[in-house]
Design a protein around this ligand. Structure first.
Ligand SMILES: [Zn+2]
Length: 159
């Protein structure tokens, strides 16, 4: 069972992507985006036909509001990949209450270093295990206002 609000939103987002999105690479009708185990770093789903990898992010927001900042992940694992020039495509799911209301997609080649904004200070993140102690992490946000000439692609909207 999800324990924190963010985990809950993450699960809602991933389910919405599996339900409403085709694999952006092979676009094969029978292909499925399958969830990856939580210990996979920086990616959340894989296409069971072509192996395409993507991140999935849920963001709690009003349906009509533009998506700007979204939690990207832990600084350390992400920075290693950004420094190596590795960007993963990302699905962003708008969640209102507990209902997904829209899905947007940003291909990896739309992303650039400026999109990732680090928090200055490490934040205390609630422990994911009930017995675990809260730990301090430095986090990255996506700032989707910095996509440059690109815009995120709307894939699905709740009717
Ligand atoms: Zn595929």
């Amino acid at each position: 069972m999800p324990r924190t609000l963010n985990q809950k939103i993450g699960i809602i987002a991933e389910k919405a992507v599996r339900q409403h999105c085709k694999c952006p690479k092979c676009k094969k009708r029978s292909a499925r985006l399958k969830p990856l185990p939580n210990n996979f770093k920086c990616v959340d789903v894989v296409c069971d036909f072509c192996g395409y990898l993507a991140q999935v992010k849920g963001t709690r927001t009003n349906t009509h509001r533009e998506i700007t900042l979204v939690r990207a992940g832990g600084w350390k694992v992400l920075k290693e990949r950004l420094d190596a020039g590795i960007y993963f495509p990302v699905f962003i799911v708008k969640v209102q209450g507990e209902t997904p209301t829209g899905i947007y997609y940003v291909p990896a080649d739309f992303l650039r270093r400026e999109v990732f904004v680090g928090h200055g200070k490490p934040r205390v993140i609630k422990a994911e295990q009930p017995a675990g102690k809260p730990r301090k992490y430095s986090m990255f946000n996506y700032d989707f206002r910095k996509l440059g000439p690109h815009r995120m692609i709307e894939i699905w909207k709740r009717k």
